[in-house]
Design a protein around this ligand. Structure first.
Ligand SMILES: Nc1ncnc2c1ncn2[C@@H]1O[C@H](COP(=O)(O)OP(=O)(O)O)[C@@H](O)[C@H]1O
Ligand SMILES: [Mg+2]
Ligand SMILES: [Zn+2]
Length: 372
């Protein structure tokens, strides 16, 4: 439950609160400030990076009754802003094209669009996942975009830009939203945790951010679940807690395997691998996490430990203890050997899918790297 609350609770209500998309929000604010908002916007980008959020801020800003003359931001206090924010504005129409993809849905929209807004200055139509519209529906939408009434503003959003008709694209002002970087996500999560008055270690936040893959929504949702879990916990939430939650003991296990390789102990390495597989780990996923660990080692060997730990996003998500182990192993093996081992495991990784026994390629790779 809490996780739902979290990303609703913190949905940005102004352009300034939307992080990482300044190339979009600055331009749109300037347009609104000068009274030249476009009639159709097309937002593309991965999920959970602010498309719907931005569309709703636009709806408020163009309809705001108190907007300062030199600002493109909504006031968030006037009747219109409040109505939109509470989700009650009938002139803000949100259509999910994934479930309303037919030509009838768009026809209805085309009929409705002729009428002036009931209360607001502008009717704002947000069409989410608009690449999912059927061909007829897309063509009907195109007709509307060709001659939109002065009181209408369209915001089309899509995660798959290449599926949008070029004719629709050319009618819209296009903005590409980007995935958020790891430090950006960590900063955002830190702010939310502070706000909720819960202590979370930086390595833990990094792990959450890593597993979210650039999506703010996924990161916030995961943080929410973990905050719920940790509500009774007195000490700060640590990287280990997150790993446990995500079912990740890979780092520890990868460190073990790397140690066996360094000691040329093939028997121990193979039995460790099989213990892990028996626990139900997916072999390919496990192979990937091992490669990831070795990659950390390589990065560390190249940049040196002094520069590596401090905010180096290439080796994020490690606790101090794990970093210390990695550092020792890196020193013991050296750059050449690490490169060699990575080559061996890279080749093995490609074979997992086609192997009759999934872990066999990894076993061979272990034997091979132990004999070097
Ligand atoms: N750029 C961003 N800055 C701040 N929060 C964001 C951003 N993008 C997404 N979020 C968070 O994720 C939630 C969902 O974002 P949303 O705008 O619906 O993403 P989508 O791009 O899938 O439409 C928001 O409520 C907000 O909490
Ligand atoms: Mg959305
Ligand atoms: Zn307002």
């Amino acid at each position: 439950m809490e996780n739902l609350v979290l990303y609703r609770k913190y949905r940005p209500q102004t352009f300034a609160d939307i992080i990482g998309q300044e190339h979009v929000t600055k331009t749109i604010q300037n347009e609104i400030k000068s009274g030249h908002a476009a009639h159709a916007y097309l937002f593309s980008g991965p999920r959970g990076c602010g498309k719907t959020t931005t569309a709703r801020v636009i709806a408020k800003a163009v309809n705001c009754l108190n907007r300062a003359a030199n600002s493109g931001e909504p006031c968030n206090r006037c009747a219109n802003c409040v109505e939109i924010q509470s989700g009650r504005a009938i002139d803000l129409i949100e259509i999910d094209a994934a479930s309303h993809r037919g030509v009838d849905d768009i026809r209805e929209l085309r009929e409705g669009i002729k009428f002036a807004p009931a209360k607001l200055k502008y009717k704002v139509f947000i069409i989410d996942e608009c690449h999912q519209l059927s061909k007829d529906a897309a063509n009907a939408l195109l007709k509307t975009l060709e001659e939109p009434p002065a009181h209408a503003i369209f915001v089309l959003a899509t995660t798959e830009l290449h599926k949008i008709l070029p004719t629709i694209m050319s009618r819209c002002q296009r903005f590409d939203f980007r995935k958020l970087s790891l430090p950006e996500l960590v900063g955002r999560l830190q702010k939310l945790a502070d706000n909720e008055k819960i202590k979370v270690e930086k390595a833990a936040l990094e792990l959450i951010a890593l597993s979210a893959g650039g999506s703010v929504r996924d990161a916030e949702s995961l943080l929410g679940q973990i905050l719920t879990l940790a509500a009774q916990k007195k000490s700060a939430i640590a990287a280990g807690d997150i790993r446990e939650f995500l079912g990740m003991t890979e780092t520890k296990s990868a460190a073990e395997l790397t140690r066996f390789i360094a000691e040329k102990n093939a028997a121990a390495a193979i039995s460790h691998l099989n213990e892990i597989i028996e626990k139900g780990y997916d072999v390919a996923e496990y192979g990937k996490s091992l490669l990831n660990y070795l990659r950390h080692a390589l990065v560390l060997a190249i940049v040196g430990p002094k520069d590596a730990k401090n905010d180096n996003i290439m080796i994020a998500g490690l606790t101090d203890e794990e970093f210390e182990i990695l550092r020792t192993q890196t020193l013991a093996m050296g750059e050449e050997k690490i490169k060699n081992i990575i080559d061996i495991f890279l080749e093995a990784q490609g074979k997992i899918k086609y192997s009759p026994i999934p872990q066999l390629p990894l076993e061979i790779a272990l034997v091979e790297s132990c004999s070097r």
